[in-house]
Write a protein that binds this ligand. Structure first.
Ligand SMILES: Nc1ncnc2c1ncn2[C@@H]1O[C@H](COP(=O)(O)OP(=O)(O)OP(=O)(O)O)[C@@H](O)[C@H]1O
Length: 224
């Protein structure tokens, strides 16, 4: 379970999240809101990429202030732009990097690399230069690089924004098929129709927190 307790976040004198308290226990949770409403900042709090200015974020009881390393393994983070996530020039090296850091044995790294590439139909891209992949393949590689670390939670920050329709569909299917708890910040309302819970942000505050069939129309109405 993820608990957010009286969290405020400021960058300098600009406050972007205002006294947020939430308990997140559903399997599929979406965060929506206008540009600048605080979605990405909120997402980054969940794996300790950003620490709250006041208040606490607890992941299964562990505080992001004091258990950053454990939490970064437990909560995988997928960025909007996979180029920010892919650090090695060749696909298999990029996948191996996080696992090596965690001290996974060589044979495990090999097996998990095989499995994840097969899962996303990218086995023949193992030795491919990562920068030559298509946008959709890059995003799947970024998701793969997170999955091989075996996180319990996956936070995705607008993962389909930069993709064309076909790749958007592929990545959407991949997200729906994840076993892990998913927390997704997105402008893509189609992607979250089947979610369990949708939280709507407006200027750093929560203005709705409900099932998609209620929260999405409320959001659309609030924008008009
Ligand atoms: N590192 C930072 N330093 C200063 N201000 C920041 C930083 N990151 C975000 N902000 C500001 O915080 C506010 C919230 O930004 P955030 O990216 O969390 O919103 P968002 O809802 O994800 O927006 P978008 O939909 O445009 O991605 C914005 O006004 C943004 O300019």
């Amino acid at each position: 379970m993820i608990e957010i307790k009286n969290v405020t976040l400021s960058y300098g004198d600009r406050t972007v999240l205002r006294d947020i308290s939430l308990a997140l226990s559903e399997h599929r949770i979406a965060i929506i809101g206008a540009n600048g409403s605080g979605k990405s900042s909120f997402a980054r709090l969940l794996n300790g990429l950003v620490l709250p200015t006041t208040g606490d974020v607890l992941i299964d009881g562990q505080n992001t202030r004091t258990h950053g390393k454990d939490i970064r393994q437990k909560v995988g983070f997928v960025f909007q732009n996979p180029d920010n996530q892919i650090v090695f020039p060749v696909v298999e090296e990029d996948l191996a990097f996080g696992m090596k850091n965690l001290g996974f044995p060589k044979e495990d790294i090999r097996r998990k690399t095989d499995e994840i590439l097969a899962r996303y139909d990218m086995s023949d891209l193992r030795e491919h230069p990562a920068h030559l992949l298509s946008g959709g393949q890059k995003q799947l590689l970024a998701i793969s690089g997170v999955l091989v670390m075996e996180p319990a939670y996956i936070v995705l920050d607008e993962p389909t924004t930069l993709l064309d329709l076909r790749n958007k569909r592929r990545v959407t299917e991949a997200i729906h098929a994840l076993d892990q708890t998913v927390i997704l910040a997105s402008h893509d309302l189609d992607l979250l129709q089947d979610f369990d819970r949708v939280i709507v942000f407006d200027d750093g505050r929560i203005i709705a927190d409900d099932r998609p069939e209620n929260a999405i129309p409320y959001y659309i109405e609030s924008m008009s």
